[in-house]
Design a protein around this ligand. Sequence first.
Ligand code: NAD
Length: 418
Amino acid sequence: MDIYDHPTFLMACQQFDQVADHLEIPQEDRDRLKYPKRSMVVALPIHKDDGSTQVFTGYRVQHHLTLGPTKGGLRFHPQVSLGEVAALAMWMSWKCALCGLPYGGAKGGITCDPGKLSLTELERLTRRYTQEMIPFIGPQVDVMAPDLGTNQQVMAWMMDTYSVHMGHTVPSIVTGKPVGLGGSLGRREATGRGVGYLVNRATDTIGLDISKATAAIQGFGNVGSITALSLARYGVKIIAVTDAFGGVYNAEGLNLWELEKHVAARKTVAGFPGADALTNEQLLELPCDILVPAALERQITAENAGKIKCRILAEAANGPTTPEADAIIAQRPEIFVIPDVLCNAGGVVVSYFEWVQDLQSFFWGETEVVDKLFRILEAAFTQTVTLSRKQKIPMRVAALSLGIKRVQEAKRTRGLFP
Ligand code: NAD
């Protein structure tokens, strides 16, 4: 389907085809599993603060509806396109199925640079997008959450816009809301906390002493910064961090609490006192025990996959490693990969908890949230490692096999209507 033509969608399809070959999925089932069920493209005119009007483009892709409502983040970024959103929606499907959640995958986005919009412009854009999506979303239809460039405030505006339209408050329309509006305790921290938990399990698996390990993290937003704190609690020394504007390195370890303050004031890690400057390219090739891409897709490629020097590659971002890089890493058994659909699943797992709490209007304590999160991640990790070892297949193929097979079986059991 040419409308999804984009390197990231091609990459998601290549991964799917590899797993479909491994699972011997019949050709006639493949297109049905691969291509999105619904895709929406909307024009979003808003008044700018200077009185002018600007039209933005927004997208929402709902990948499959077989297991329940669709679920997935909303991204604000200049490079958002239909193909990128479709790839991210497909990965969400396999991730939800891997974790046993009753959802299909979805993803949305607006092509914009949120850093160049004022708060009031951002609010108008978010509300306009929500309004345009009202015919296609709902707590039992499609539920959004934060992703790159969006946060709790954006979710609060979406919830308010949808609720005003319905005439009553509907907290379950989005997850990742502020706790005071029906958000879940532990949702903001969930993705990074899950990355920390899984890295700890990976160190057990390969026999690495986590308390002596070092880590380098690309991206210091929601996921990257919480991953850093979570790893530090296990005793890991965070030696390097980068973001869209630069990076910092200190072999003795960065003081994360001071770094948080610096980022709050400067909106970037760059220029943090007491550390050397570092580029994204340098970070990815830095000798360290744990490498965490936590920013964008396609960062580890055929060019640099042979040069990464870590023991654990923890894919906190979606799609950070290309299939060409995967082939190179497969020849390097010293690297243990925690693939994205497993590594960053903590976010959607606690989003699921938030949706359940909102539907029941009955809220859980943080200990209960974290305990239930770790149980689901533990099951997904154990199943993936077991399959990978039993069938001698890469961790990514194992994780995707578990997810894709569950969706395939659900589609087969439900049958094709009419
Ligand atoms: P965010 O907007 O909070 O942070 C993104 C970070 O990446 C920022 O520090 C930004 O400066 C940095 N960045 C952007 N472009 C970069 C570049 N070219 N090079 C280096 N750094 C760059 O976003 P987030 O929510 O932390 O999401 C990060 C990744 O995690 C994305 O791939 C997202 O899809 C994935 N993810 C997020 C969640 C979630 O709960 N937020 C859940 C699962 C997966």
